[in-house]
Design a protein around this ligand. Sequence first.
Ligand code: NIG
Ligand code: FE
Length: 420
Amino acid sequence: MKQLLTNATLLTFAGPDGPRAGAAAGALGLIRRGAVLMDEGRIVAVGPADQVLKHPDARKGRIHDAGGRVAMPGFVDAHTHPVFAEPRLKDFELRARGKTYLEIAAAGGGIVSSLNGVRGTSERDLTALLQERAARFLACGTTTIEAKSGYGLDKDSELKSLRALKHLAAGGAIGVVPTFLGAHAVPPEYQGRPGEYLRFMAREVLPAVAAEGLARYADVFVERGYFGTAEAGEFLRAAKGAGLGVRVHAEQISHSGGARLAAELGACCADHLDHADDEDLGALKAAGTMACLVPGSNHFLGLGEMPPARRIIDAGVPVALATDFNPGTCPCWNMQEILAIAVTRMKMTPEEALVAGTVNGAWAVGLGKTHGALAAGMAADLAVFDCTDYRELCYWFGKNLAATVFKAGKVAHAATDLRL
Ligand code: NIG
Ligand code: FE
């Protein structure tokens, strides 16, 4: 069905064909009194309302008057870990009592404490959990998520996690870019043998992931106590050989070489980057590897330090922002909250934060040509927010402003009190 959204304060993110850095990193492509005509899941026309309304199909479908509200591409959340069973409230409370993430992990909490939940949950139940979580992302204006496995850490449970993501994607409610993160942590069966574990993952699990088309990317947590660059590199090379793209959890807790490895392998992006130095940033820039920053995890872990967004932007590396939604370090699915943290704690401008959560998010998951901006031919994934100044999206923190969300040209979510 055709749908026309009109009378919107439209952020199109029109701009160069590629991730935005430098001056383009804050360019919104703002159109006041803008309109978007959608049909068959795609955008047919976008521009000033008086021009779009001249299109012969403009009045043939449903018309939504945005009343001057902000409308923009749905957020593309480029880093999430949604395939888990239970929240980790024990870790949460231990942190409040002064323990650190690594101390809690060393004492049996952390990532491996989520294993039993996933191993003991059926594919069907994991899918149902994912569907519930996807509805929450959508309700906050996110229309595509990159989603990682990584809480199964054995062959069956990693495949089960990725198959659950495939079922979620097939439902079409939200876009899903699946990532194989069997290299999230060393499971108890391989304790002290990270290299052997990753060789097992490469030999036994990766071929099945590739054969079933279950993942577009492979990821590794390169960190003290998790995986070193040698075994991570070996695994990621195997993943590339199997046709997967590469992304890396890099420099999150200590300077561990993940960023340099990401650049060396031509990774799509390196994520976290809290401890990246200038040489790392130079290597990322030279390799065309993006930075995906997840300051919600710093916030939730109660860390004083934030990822060095300004230094990364000044180095000319394009930045995406993501939630890092997961039960350990960031149980938050709302990109508006992440934008607020990015502006207040990392000193990104609201314009940079908006670009990072949409168009750069799309490039960070390989979808930049079709998602993350509003142009004829691109996916009709849009969110309308209950505000008329785009800066409000980073300002009313803790409040979800999403009013109406379109996924593939259909209304996928409408706030009951704000129907357009
Ligand atoms: O991105 N760093 C590794 N992975 C997650 C944490 C996952 C967890 O603690 O469950 C992150 O912060
Ligand atoms: Fe993560």
